[in-house]
Design a protein around this ligand. Sequence first.
Ligand code: TYD
Length: 212
Amino acid sequence: MTSLYPGHFISFEGIDGAGKSTHVDAFCKLMQDRFPGKEIILTREPGGTALGEQLRSLLLDAPMNLETEALLMFAARREHIAQVIEPALTAGKIVISDRFTDASFAYQGGGRGLSIQKLNELEQWVQGRADGKLLQPNLTILFDLPGEVAEGRRSKVRAPDKFEKMDLNFFDKVRQEYLRRAKEDPKRFYLVDATKTPESIWGDLQAIEIKI
Ligand code: TYD
């Protein structure tokens, strides 16, 4: 995608336990070293604003109707775009988000079965701009691995949230939808083989060519 903004937007994605959280902080530092004149914003979804963080607590804990869940994810995203992402990109900053819309396709669509058509409509609504173009990450780093490997890696220390409690079949479907999105937009996605060691994955992340 040719950049719609002076800034640069990077999202991190993957099923729970893929290891993205291990790398996202180090990746921000790497970007700061590479682009010392640029301000880096690290944010997350659901969340990223005061309202978004309140919605996150509800979304991660309260059981709810599937469409309610999708609408709240996108409501949090709309606020995130309006308050944080779009102003930062307009000001030329680098925005790194721990998850974005691909997670809604993967979890609410692939995992829970919401129709892709409805998700497409929500994406158009929430990310659509006045000029008809769509705000999308310039780059999405997808940590890909089988559900059973991820299951073994998920933190046993803290209590699992609503999504982390789901079974293998759910995570396989989440993974497949991530891969379908990646295939649909191969220029935006960078796939990381998350079965590899953290050192090897870090090597891959350092090798990504980022054109700003
Ligand atoms: P996650 O990003 O994994 O944070 P943590 O590492 O603190 O657990 O948790 C967010 C959860 O929300 C994750 O299970 C995926 C889910 N999610 C959706 O279901 N849909 C979405 O649109 C987003 C952004 C996240």
